[in-house]
Design a protein. Structure first.
Length: 205
């Protein structure tokens, strides 16, 4: 089965600024999101089976860790011409069904995804209190069909460290999922089958 992996953006990268419309009708800017206790940015979309697989666990994580002070936001950067099921209408439906407590934003131009060098859905980026990247990669080892429970263990461990003011382990595994659906003539230079790699892996082990 062919899947796309995270680019693994360099640690210590500062939060790329963004200002995007959300499913609740308001525009949300990165500057508006408190990073006093850390900030988690998730690239995701409604239709991806990898996102569907974890989204109840993601909603639970959001509720629990937002209560602990972690700021969190989700961004959908998929081209809706190529992927109509990822339109803002379906984002709103997904957020309502799952009870997301975090903003769910639409990156229509895909410029924000490019700034983060996001490649797949889901793709996770955790920034510390200084808004520096300390974790990027997978939610946990669970994938559709591999029999591993969805716990969010990798992101939880990183978030626990940030909330406690500790360093985050640098042994981090890339997320794996569907590729971001780039619009015509908008595929970024970093996203190439020879570059970040669309990989063929066995996720059952």
């Amino acid at each position: 089965m062919v899947k796309t992996a995270s680019t693994m953006l360099a640690l210590e990268t500062p939060v790329p600024p963004f200002e995007l419309p959300g499913t609740e009708g308001a525009t949300v800017a990165s500057a508006d999101l408190s990073a006093d206790q850390g900030l988690l940015v998730v690239f995701m979309c409604p239709h991806c089976p990898f996102v569907k697989h974890i989204r109840k666990g993601l909603a639970r994580f959001g509720r629990e860790d937002q209560e602990r002070g972690l700021a969190m936001v989700a961004i959908n950067s998929n081209d809706t011409a190529a992927s109509p099921d990822d339109s803002p209408e379906f984002m709103t439906e997904e957020a309502r069904e799952e009870g997301y407590t975090f903003p769910y934003l639409f990156d229509e131009t895909q410029a924000v995804a490019k700034e983060f060098k996001a490649a797949c859905t889901p793709d996770f980026f955790l920034f510390d209190r200084d808004r520096r990247l300390v974790y990027r990669g997978q939610f946990d080892p669970s994938r559709p069909g591999n029999g591993v429970a969805v716990t969010g263990s990798d992101v939880r461990a990183a978030a626990d460290a940030v909330l406690a003011g500790r360093g985050v382990a640098e042994d981090q595994k890339p997320s794996v999922g569907c590729n971001i659906k780039w619009s015509e003539n908008n595929v970024p230079a970093y996203f190439s089958h020879a570059g970040i790699g669309v990989i063929d892996v066995d996720e059952t082990s």
